[in-house]
Design a protein around this ligand. Structure first.
Ligand SMILES: Cc1ncc(C[n+]2csc(CCOP(=O)(O)OP(=O)(O)O)c2C)c(N)n1
Length: 296
């Protein structure tokens, strides 16, 4: 009985994240699954809607910004990581989740992706990888596989795609994970681990895009995905092993692929500061009247 009561409490908490806004994604879009897993992870970690902040990029993934009842900010294309970094600096105890498409992450905002990892800002960053520019109707992105017929490249994409996990693993990361929008159990648990992690938790999520990416379907993914739980002796503390596994062409490894618990997050790296204080308060405490006078 108490378990059922507990369950219904969790369901109520889950529903408290709903906004009632109409969904505009295509039917079968992976974004439904990702939003579901994010909400589940927040509820299971015990967060109430007002205790967390989510930042959204431009694109189909960004259209979730009014579908979840919490502190949200919908920014410019490719700029979601700087937004989230600012939030993470100003609210050091607030969990921050940032998310963006593969276009935003691997083209418009690739610089922010690299520096977000390097700085190890405290956030979960979810890459919605549908392997195309979805909202602008299906052009090839830097993640589109060679040979895929897209709008703008009807004879097939011809550039080698950027492998997001490979890139991340070459930036001295602290947390690199990969999952699939249809695997609610795995994705929810990875987001929970990301929320518990101190630093930049990168989660790449493969998502099907039934409207524009006809060849990278749910069944194609289901054949290609391999949970590292099923790889005997996999050592997620070994970066060489992680680099090797994300380069495999015959399968796509999923799970928490790499974790470095020793790497300090951005706040803890600054040993000269009182890391427990809010940087906004730090600025407020400074007397800047002399500086202002010098401009008068
Ligand atoms: C700086 C900038 N460049 C281009 C655009 C136009 N634009 C809007 S949405 C979009 C596609 C987004 O693709 P992606 O980031 O992969 O997200 P998805 O829609 O696939 O989720 C583009 C190119 C823009 N709004 N701003």
């Amino acid at each position: 009985m108490s378990q059922i009561q507990n369950l219904s409490e969790k369901v109520k908490e889950f529903l408290s994240y709903e906004t009632g806004q109409k969904h505009t994604w295509c039917s079968g879009c992976g974004n439904y699954g990702i939003l579901n897993s994010i909400t589940r992870a927040l509820v299971l970690e015990g967060y109430k809607p007002h205790q967390v902040a989510l930042t959204f990029d431009i694109g189909c993934s960004g259209n979730a910004s009014d579908k979840i009842m919490t502190n949200t900010f919908h920014g410019l294309h490719g700029r979601v990581i700087p937004l989230a970094s600012g939030m993470a600096l100003a609210n050091q105890n607030m969990p921050i989740i940032a998310m963006a498409g593969d276009g935003a992450t691997l083209s418009e905002g690739i610089n922010h992706f690299i520096h977000g990892i390097r700085n190890n800002y405290n956030m979960v960053f979810i890459l919605h990888n549908n392997e195309n520019y979805g909202l602008t109707t299906g052009q090839a992105s830097a993640a589109t596989r060679v040979g895929r017929n897209m709008n703008g490249t009807p004879n097939g994409a011809f550039l080698e795609p950027i492998n997001a996990c490979q890139l991340a693993l070459n930036c001295n990361p602290s947390f690199v994970a990969r999952s699939f929008s249809g695997d609610t159990e795995q994705l929810t648990s990875l987001i929970q681990k990301g929320l518990q992690h101190k630093g930049f938790a990168f989660i790449e999520v493969f998502q099907s895009c039934p409207t524009y990416n006809k060849q990278t379907t749910d069944s194609w993914y289901n054949e290609m995905l391999k949970d590292i739980k099923n790889i005997e002796g996999y050592d997620r503390a070994n970066i060489s092993t992680a680099r090797e596994i994300v380069e495999k062409k015959d399968f796509l490894a999923t799970g928490l692929l790499y974790e470095n618990k020793e790497k300090l997050d951005y706040n803890d790296m600054q040993t000269y500061r009182n890391v427990n204080s809010n940087p906004v308060d730090e600025v407020k405490q400074k007397d800047i009247s002399e500086i202002i006078k010098s401009f008068q």
